[in-house]
Design a binder for this molecule. Structure first.
Ligand SMILES: [Zn+2]
Length: 306
């Protein structure tokens, strides 16, 4: 009996010790798990705060990208972001192309060789002429034409046009026929030839546009649209700068017009032999109004569905 009792007590004691051991190790485990959970909670908090600041940084980038007109995707790409935020937003193209011809060229350029006055014509004319000059300011016409053409190029580009100038300096020997062909190569919708007038009579002043007539032997089919462009430009031009309006006239003996493949005008901006026109056309503020007026006329021509 005693032996049995002892055995049972021994077994019970062993069981109690074993259970205690499990319990103790469980307490240890639980303690360790609590520590783990605490550590994980801490990590979670840190991650959440990191995510929050990432989100804030992304929002800031999106805002900057919106202000500078670039896509948020592009904003994330290192240097590009800095460059893009410094650029002005690109002007949206309006799909129209304008060729501008700054009339004439430097006096030193010999343009006396002849070329046909129109496609298939036997009649020959000098490749280009020298033009007039300011009787009061002394400025040559080719310089004024170029100054206004460059300003017009910038203004039209701002308004969404694609623009081509037939010459970029005063030295290039390029004929009137060659200029018209350059405008065609460019795929221009309209061809605007910039000139200024001269007269033996210094009292003659004012501006006009010249277009091919409806009986032009080469480009009669371009008369209607050229006339519409000529009217839009001369009216807007004179309204903007205040030079007297001499209206639209027709002319069929200009090679640079006859070789054109799209609606074409010559704008005679004013008389360089008239004191008021000559001095006005050299005034920066006045020039800005001239340029605005020409661009307004071009806008109106296209807005009318041409
Ligand atoms: Zn001229």
């Amino acid at each position: 009996m005693k032996i049995i009792h002892r055995c049972i007590i021994g077994i019970l004691a062993a069981a109690v010790i074993a259970l205690l051991g499990v319990a103790i190790s469980e307490v240890k485990e639980t303690g360790k798990m609590r520590e783990d959970v605490t550590a994980m909670k801490k990590q979670k908090k840190e991650l959440q705060s990191a995510i929050k600041s990432e989100k804030e940084a992304l929002e800031k980038l999106k805002l900057e990208a919106g202000e500078s007109g670039i896509e948020p995707d592009a904003a994330g790409q290192g240097d590009q972001q800095t460059d893009a935020s410094q650029d002005t937003p690109p002007t949206e193209r309006n799909g129209k192309k304008v060729a501008i011809d700054p009339g004439h060229q430097g006096y030193q350029v010999d343009m006396s060789d002849l070329e046909p006055v129109g496609p298939g014509s036997q009649q020959m004319k000098a490749k280009a002429t020298q033009g007039t000059e300011g009787r009061f300011t002394g400025v040559p016409e080719y310089v004024l034409n170029f100054d206004i053409s460059k300003q017009l190029e910038g203004e039209l580009q701002k308004r969404g046009y694609e623009v081509m100038l037939t010459r970029q300096d005063h030295e290039t020997a390029i004929s009137n026929r060659e200029r018209a062909l350059l405008a065609a190569d460019f795929g221009a919708d309209i061809y605007v030839r910039i000139h200024a007038n001269g007269s033996d009579d210094p009292s003659v002043s004012g501006a006009m546009t010249m277009v091919p007539s409806e009986n032009n032997p080469y480009i009669a089919q371009l008369h209607d649209k050229s006339k519409a462009l000529g009217e839009a430009v001369i009216n807007a031009y004179c309204q903007s700068c205040g030079i007297a309006n001499k209206g639209v006239t027709v002319s069929d003996d200009m090679s640079g017009t006859n070789w054109s493949q799209m609606p074409v005008i010559i704008l005679e901006m004013g008389f360089m032999t008239n004191q008021s026109d000559d001095t006005n056309m050299q005034n920066a503020g006045f020039q800005a109004k001239m340029v605005q007026g020409i661009a307004d006329g071009i806008d109106q021509y296209f807005a009318a569905g041409n």
